[in-house]
Design a protein around this ligand. Structure first.
Ligand SMILES: [Fe+2]
Ligand SMILES: [Fe+2]
Length: 657
């Protein structure tokens, strides 16, 4: 058995380099962008004669500088469409004038959406979106700084990371530092970041050109001159295919080697960073890891194999960073192209981890988490005996836990429902029976939620924080908890003050880091028949909530359950207030739920609700005469579905007729 204090032999540089590969995907860059950037910055540091201590700063800062750039991908996608495209274009712009940043934002606002929706979004953005967008760079460095702190990288590295988005001309963030106020180490990392992109795309001359174009605006002119004078040598060999090993070998000093416990801690940090990409998955990787690890012990795996499986669980969804949030957070049916990108994420996990000898054994397990015994899984369709026990356990744990979590297109299922889904998968020959039994047994014997709450949060504030992390507004939180919006706002302010977070993204990261959100604790609550906030108050995007939407006219508007939509337009009578035929019109939230995993929703036989909208079928709305909902008159008549396309789904004709 391996002791926690024992040396794992794993180098911190290996784990950071691995995380940088995943981060590249989220940045819209090919893998190894950050590794190449690290080499460029180190070579410039050598030419400048920087001390060994400074080169250590350049090395680690290069590997973590951009890791926080997906922390608010939910907001990025909400305002700007494909978040990876946004970050790609960010490197092709020099924000050298006061108008540059607003123009950049307006150019990307609502990208990929119809003109009318873009116009509506622009109006909303001018109201409250601009502040969210302006805080993004701050979010990114704060998240990277938080990771650096968790990894014990030292204050000098953290100072360098803080200045990732500062500019020579003082137009950067977060402090608008200028000139030599900015650390030289940070100036090197910034130049290396952009020149790597241009060199890879168009060669050395293009890299020199962009450096000169931004000399005195984004970049330090002296550093630009140094780079331009020796660019061919600085950029030499970056394409020879040995970048990974070159970066590992280039680690200044003796390098940091991790104990077994530290290895786990770093993987947990990576898990938290992965999950925070979407409000629907916060705490997911830790939950899967704990469940799979416990199930492995129940299944009789030896302690080392169980520990390895838990570690694979922590990183199993690392490849999600390579898929934009316009797909992960999409409420409707995925297109074929989108589904294909989803199918790629376990493969991206594997390729990211496989680069490191220490992580390659985890890659071999993690890549299997969506495979199925009958070969219907992905990415490779591995079947039968080719699916090892560890893969079967991880697949069952991932499936079970995902069912207990909300997704954009469905609500969370309670523990009994999740277990029933697992058993159905076993009967269908997709999940292994022994693995499923072990997972279900583990799911019933979990560690209880910690009594102590971090940062002095009250139990109510933890409830609010969970909803905040899921992307709900103060008004929506108030609706869920049956409190006034003002009280909800006070709770949010207290949460920000106590946790040091400035916005939803950072609060989400805090919640993930402190285990406040995750399948295991919630499942434990369910086991004890105690209230589970995520289950009793499903996400506004959930069809279960939408399914409680009673369609009618409220002064020519659709009415909804309070809090059931990000922008509720009215109130709705509770189901209990409706006549029998009216209740019969409510959509059964479980109807049509695919038996198999739902990442590929819409491709597994369920009738996509959006198709109903797209075909413009007329929706039969049963008359609700003179019904009053909080003083408003509800009328009824037949309405075409298009009139209802405000985020509400239509009742299928079979139900509504
Ligand atoms: Fe996955
Ligand atoms: Fe997963």
């Amino acid at each position: 058995m391996t002791l926690p204090g024992a040396r794992s032999g794993v180098r911190l540089a290996e784990l950071l380099a691995t995380l940088s590969l995943a981060t590249d995907l989220g940045l819209g860059q090919p893998m190894e962008h950050m590794l190449r950037q690290c080499l460029i910055a180190l070579r410039l540091a050598e030419r400048l004669g920087l001390s060994a201590a400074d080169r250590v700063v350049v090395y680690y800062a290069s590997l973590v500088a951009w890791v926080g750039c997906h922390v608010d991908a939910y907001e990025q996608a909400k305002w700007f469409g494909d978040d990876t495209v946004l970050k790609t274009d960010f490197r092709h712009a020099d924000f050298a004038t006061a108008a540059a940043a607003p123009l950049f934002m307006m150019r990307h606002l609502g990208a990929g959406r119809p003109a009318a929706e873009r116009a509506r979004l622009a109006l909303t953005f001018l109201g409250n979106g601009r502040h969210a967008a302006e805080s993004m760079l701050t979010n990114h460095w704060l998240a990277a700084d938080g990771l650096a702190a968790r990894l014990g990288l030292g204050q000098r590295v953290r100072d360098c990371v803080e200045q990732t988005f500062e500019r020579w001309d003082g137009r950067g963030a977060p402090r608008g530092m200028r000139g030599e106020e900015i650390l030289l180490t940070s100036r090197l990392v910034c130049l290396a970041d952009v020149t790597e992109v241009y060199h890879r795309a168009a060669g050395t001359a293009a890299a020199v050109d962009v450096a000169r174009e931004r000399s005195g605006t984004q970049f330090d002119p002296a550093v630009v001159d140094l780079f331009a004078a020796d660019a061919a040598v600085v950029l030499d060999g970056l394409d020879d295919g040995a970048t990974w090993q070159a970066v590992i070998d280039a680690e200044p000093g003796a390098g940091i080697r991790l104990s077994e416990a530290d290895f786990d801690s770093v993987l947990e940090a990576i898990a938290d960073f992965t999950d925070v990409k979407s409000p629907y998955t916060i705490g997911h990787s830790r939950g899967v890891a704990d469940l799979a690890g416990e199930a492995a012990k129940i299944a009789g795996l030896d302690p080392e194999a169980a520990a390895r499986l838990r570690r694979a669980g922590l990183v199993h969804d690392l490849g999600r960073l390579g898929v934009p949030n316009t797909i992960w957070d999409k409420k409707g049916t995925l297109s074929h192209a989108e589904a294909e990108r989803v199918r790629m994420h376990p493969y991206l996990t594997e390729r990211t981890l496989a680069a490191s000898p220490a992580l390659a054994p985890l890659a071999a397990i993690a890549v299997l988490h969506h495979e199925r015994l009958d070969g219907s899984g992905y990415p490779r369709g591995v079947a039968g005996p080719a699916l090892p026990v560890a893969g079967r356990l991880l697949a069952a744990a991932d499936f079970y836990l995902a069912k207990t979590e909300p997704r954009p297109h469905r609500p969370a299922t309670d523990a009994a429902g999740a277990a029933a889904s697992v058993r159905a998968e076993v009967r269908a020959g997709r999940l292994d029976g022994d693995a499923a039994s072990a997972v279900l047994k583990a799911a019933g014997h979990r560690i209880a939620r910690r009594a102590a709450r971090p940062a002095g949060l009250t139990s109510r504030e933890v409830e609010v924080l969970r909803l905040l992390a899921m992307g709900l507004s103060n008004r929506e939180i108030a609706g869920r908890l049956v409190i006034s919006p003002k009280t909800a706002s006070h709770h949010v302010e207290h949460i920000y003050a106590k946790t040091g977070a400035a916005n939803r993204a950072m609060a989400s990261l805090f919640a993930a880091t402190h285990g406040l959100i995750g399948g295991l604790p919630e499942a434990e609550l369910r086991r004890q028949n105690r209230p589970v906030p995520g289950a009793e108050q499903p996400h506004p995007a959930d069809p279960a909530v939408r399914g409680r939407v009673v369609v009618g006219l409220l002064l020519d508007q659709v009415v909804a359950v309070p809090g059931a939509h990000p922008q509720p337009v009215g109130d709705v009578p509770a189901p209990g207030h409706l006549a029998g035929r009216e209740r019969a019109q409510l959509v059964d939230p479980g109807r049509g739920e695919p038996a198999a995993e739902d990442d590929l929703r819409g491709h597994l036989g369920r009738r996509p609700r959006q198709e109903v909208l797209a075909r413009g079928e007329r929706l039969k709305v049963h008359p609700v005469r003179k019904h009053r909902a909080q003083g408003r008159r509800v009328l009824g008549r037949d309405r075409p579905c298009e009139r209802l396309a405000r985020g509400f789904h239509c009742l299928p004709p079979a139900v509504s007729s």
